[in-house]
Design a protein around this ligand. Structure first.
Ligand SMILES: *[C@@H]1O[C@H](CO)[C@@H](O)[C@H](O)[C@H]1NC(C)=O
Ligand SMILES: *[C@@H]1O[C@H](CO)[C@@H](O)[C@H](O)[C@H]1NC(C)=O
Ligand SMILES: *[C@@H]1O[C@H](CO)[C@@H](O)[C@H](O)[C@H]1NC(C)=O
Ligand SMILES: *[C@@H]1O[C@H](CO)[C@@H](O)[C@H](O)[C@H]1NC(C)=O
Ligand SMILES: *[C@@H]1O[C@H](CO)[C@@H](O)[C@H](O)[C@H]1NC(C)=O
Length: 797
């Protein structure tokens, strides 16, 4: 605009010049004069007087003056001297702008005559302006892949000076990529262009800050600068790159779902979308994609399921990182699953033998295979069984164990074993598996039946009903099954004459014993036999026991009076002297009872008497004595009925009638019996007793023997006096006498009563068991046997 304005002003000046020319005799031109701009006021330009060829006075008289274009008075004329001086400082740029040369036209006017002289003043430029860039900073975006030599025009600087004082050259601060080229425009102005000398790399250097300097041609040159900010524009020239090519990770197999495995990380030097990375698993197998997931943004790889060392030892998968421009990079993830002791040993029972026979040495009972899927110590196993069992667990070939018996087993001691086998691995913590096996010991017939008693004594009442159950024998067999099935039988008796088969029978199944017929105590007091028990094993085993049957007496016998005899047509008559004192022993009733025990305990009582109160009967021994002194008034003949009663339940009894004759006088003198020669046996017995007596130091024994001898003598002498009494002769079976001093006497006695003189109440001084008069006719063994039987009853006499 400014320039435009100056151009209009110049046209006006030219127009005025031509008008003036028409008015005058214009012809002569002055100058051109030259002045440097910015010259001080008053500075000399030229001497017009000389140039016009007029004198000094003429100038002043003719009124010479300068006519400038416009109102500005750039010049003044000293008419006195004719010098043309600078009236004010001239600024070329103001006056002419970019126009060169800068010419100011003026006229010198003189009157009388009017004369006008054309003149021009040239204003020369000085370098008083610096180049100025329109902006302090220029921003330039350049693709990083721009080819070498590419030019990038820059804004040029403006310098108000002209000519060589204008901008002549641009240069740029040192850098490795660009140089600047100063180019000409058609109008001569110079402008800068950047030339790419070396390839750019955004990733290396994303921007450059350069200083562009414009230099003018002054001397010294003036300059102006501007910042050039070059932004290197990214192209996707970089693929993502992982920090590690291989990520090696170990995770324990018991890691929970969602556990972080690893975070992979890739970087992309590019920027923006070109540098935006997303992660994926690269072509994962179906299995792996079920196990791992990758966060596309963060690169975190997590478990989506639990991993099992026993199934997957390791996983190898590639991870791909892709940038927004589609370039990708890969890395490899090697995931090793670390074993955790998460598996207890697994036990398989391969073979089991049960039941196992007893009495056999070492037997393989079971075979186990053990497998622990864990590895290392986690998979090693140790095994054990309870300590107190007769079994051993032996390691066999790899992972196999055999359970064997330690020794022969005894079913009867223990028939079943509940064996707990424990397999423990060596991991931490230790895991164990237990299995129980039941081992049954099978029976072998190694035990005979055993009776619960070695001998049985059975008591039964005599007169039993036939087929009465009299007792039970019982045998058990410690074996089992048929080996323990016991069958009972009667064994042949030791005494071949015992008709055992007709006496008892046995139930083969339960050992019940039955009497086959009614037993008679008096006939058979006891008997023995053997029973056998046999099992059903093969071979069968058996044992036996003794059974003794003791017949228990029943009160089935009445007392039997031996004396006085009752059947006689000449009954035995007792003679009692009237002078006898009270208590005089008249006679003694002697009775026996074939029963035993209480059933044979006899008591006596006076049932009837001719003169009650005269005689008394001693209940326990049957002695009949006078109850008071006799007198002349008492009748001569007396009849007494004595009742003999046993103690059985119910009791049985017998009666006996006694005849007593009272005789006058005192007690009869003891008449010597006629000599009766001893028979040979009697003589022998006497001799033995005497010898025994002499040999014995026991006074008691001696006394007994002397007593015996005395009785013998008494008997001999008695015949004449007591001839009317008859004594039953013969053997009384079962009647015993204590000959050998055992103190055991029979329940029955037979006495011979001897009358003695003058001893008051003890006229019958000698009492003797009449049995001794009869040598024993039964066998001694029988007697002893019977004696023993009585002992077993507990009845002592
Ligand atoms: C630009 O001008 C200068 C001087 O006026 C000259 O030396 C140079 O060769 C010119 N350059 C071009 C490219 O025209
Ligand atoms: C064996 O012993 C185990 C452990 O004591 C027990 O659990 C199991 O019931 C027993 N088995 C038999 C058959 O008794
Ligand atoms: C032996 O067995 C019999 C019959 O069962 C029985 O009566 C008896 O009491 C048993 N003896 C013993 C000592 O147990
Ligand atoms: C009386 O009985 C006994 C034994 O029975 C006999 O010996 C005796 O002769 C009998 N007396 C008379 C007289 O019948
Ligand atoms: C007593 O027993 C014996 C032997 O059995 C017999 O001979 C006798 O007659 C019996 N006496 C009586 C009274 O039954």
């Amino acid at each position: 605009m400014e320039i435009g304005w100056m151009h209009n002003a110049r046209q006006r000046q030219v127009l005025i010049f031509y008008v003036l020319l028409g008015l005058s005799r214009a012809g002569t031109a002055l100058g051109p004069y030259t002045v440097v701009e910015e010259t001080d006021r008053g500075s000399f330009v030229a001497n017009l007087g000389k140039d016009l060829g007029v004198g000094l006075t003429e100038l002043s008289t003719r009124g010479a003056r300068i006519i400038s274009q416009g109102n500005r008075e750039h010049l003044q004329l000293k008419v006195q001297t004719g010098d043309l001086l600078i009236n004010e400082k001239l600024d070329r740029e103001e006056l002419c702008g970019p126009t060169e040369p800068c010419v100011l036209h003026f006229q010198v006017l003189m009157e009388k005559p009017l004369e006008i002289f054309q003149a021009e003043l040239r204003v020369r430029d000085i370098n008083d302006h610096s180049p100025i860039f329109p902006e302090r900073e220029m921003i330039l975006k350049i693709l990083e892949n721009s080819p070498l030599g590419n030019m990038f025009p820059l804004k040029n600087a403006v310098d108000l000076d002209v000519g060589s004082n204008n901008v002549q050259e641009y240069n740029i601060s040192p850098n490795s990529h660009f140089r600047v080229l100063t180019s000409n425009r058609s109008d001569g102005r110079k402008y800068p262009e950047l030339v790419l000398d070396k390839e750019l790399d955004r990733e290396e250097e994303a921007e450059l800050r350069l200083t562009l300097t414009a230099l003018d041609g002054g001397s010294p040159p003036r300059s102006g600068t501007s910042q050039v900010h070059i932004e290197v524009v990214d192209i996707n020239d970089n693929a993502p790159e992982f920090e590690q090519a291989l990520y090696k990770v170990q995770i324990p197999e018991d890691s929970p779902i969602g556990s972080l495995v690893v975070t992979v990380s890739a970087s992309d030097l590019d920027s923006g979308l070109n540098g935006k990375i997303s992660y994926t698993l690269f072509q994962p197998s179906e299995d792996i994609s079920k196990i791992l997931e990758v966060n596309p943004i963060t690169g975190e790889i997590r478990l989506t399921t639990q991993v099992d060392y026993e199934t997957i030892l390791s996983i190898e998968v590639d991870i791909e990182a892709t940038d927004g421009g589609g370039l990708s990079g890969k890395c490899t993830l090697l995931l090793q699953v670390v074993d955790v002791n998460d598996n207890a040993p697994e036990v398989t029972t391969s073979a089991l033998t049960s039941p196992i026979p007893e009495n056999s040495p070492e037997i393989v009972v079971a075979v186990f295979s053990v497998w622990d899927p864990d590895s290392g110590d986690n998979g090693k196993t140790v095994s054990s069984i309870q300590e107190d069992l007769p079994f051993l667990l032996k390691p066999s070939v790899k992972n196999f164990y055999t359970l064997v018996t330690e020794r022969a087993l005894d079913r009867e001691a223990r028939a079943e074993y509940n064996i707990t086998i424990t397999f423990t691995d060596l991991g931490t913590p230790r895991l164990k598996t237990q299995c129980n096996i039941m081992v049954v010991v099978s029976d072998v017939n190694d035990n005979a039946p055993t009776f619960n008693q070695s001998s049985y004594t059975l008591f039964v009442w005599e007169n039993n009903s036939p087929a009465l159950h009299i007792g039970t024998v019982s045998a058990t067999d410690r074996d089992s099954g048929t080996n323990a099935q016991v069958t009972y039988s009667l064994l042949p008796p030791q005494d071949p004459h015992l008709p055992i088969a007709s006496l008892v029978s046995i139930n083969a199944d339960n050992g019940h014993l039955f009497a086959l017929r009614s037993l008679d105590y008096e006939a058979l007091r006891a008997f023995e036999f053997r029973v056998g028990a046999v099992d059903a094993g093969s071979p069968a085993l058996s044992s036996e026991a003794l059974v003794r049957v003791v017949v228990v007496d029943d009160n089935d016998n009445s007392p039997f009076v031996l004396y006085p005899l009752q059947n006689g047509s000449a009954p035995c008559t007792e003679l009692v002297p009237r002078a006898a004192e009270a208590g005089y022993l008249v006679t003694k009733v002697v009775a026996v009872d074939n029963d035993s025990g209480q059933n044979a305990w006899l008591s006596y009582q006076l049932l009837k008497a001719t003169e009650p109160g005269l005689f008394r009967v001693w209940a326990h021994n049957g002695e009949v004595r006078t109850a008071r002194l006799l007198s002349e008034r008492d009748a001569t003949k007396h009849r007494l009925v004595v009742l003999v009663k046993d103690n059985g339940e119910p009791s049985m009894s017998a009666t006996v009638t006694l005849h007593v004759l009272l005789v006058d006088g005192f007690s009869q003198p003891y008449l010597p019996l006629p000599e009766v020669p001893l028979d040979e046996t009697q003589a022998d017995s006497l001799t033995i007793y005497l010898v025994t007596a002499l040999a014995s130091v026991s006074t008691l024994f001696l006394f007994s023997v002397l007593l015996f001898v005395a009785v013998r003598l008494c008997r001999r002498n008695r015949a004449a006096l007591v001839g009317r009494c008859s004594v039953p002769e013969g053997h009384f079976p079962g009647h015993l006498v204590d000959i050998n001093g055992t103190g055991t006497l029979s329940q029955s006695y037979q006495y011979e009563v001897c009358l003695t003189r003058g001893s008051g109440t003890s006229e019958f001084q000698f009492l003797k068991p009449i049995i001794s008069c009869y040598p024993p006719q039964g066998t001694t063994s029988e007697i002893e046997e019977n004696s023993n039987f009585q002992n077993s009853f507990g009845f002592n006499y």
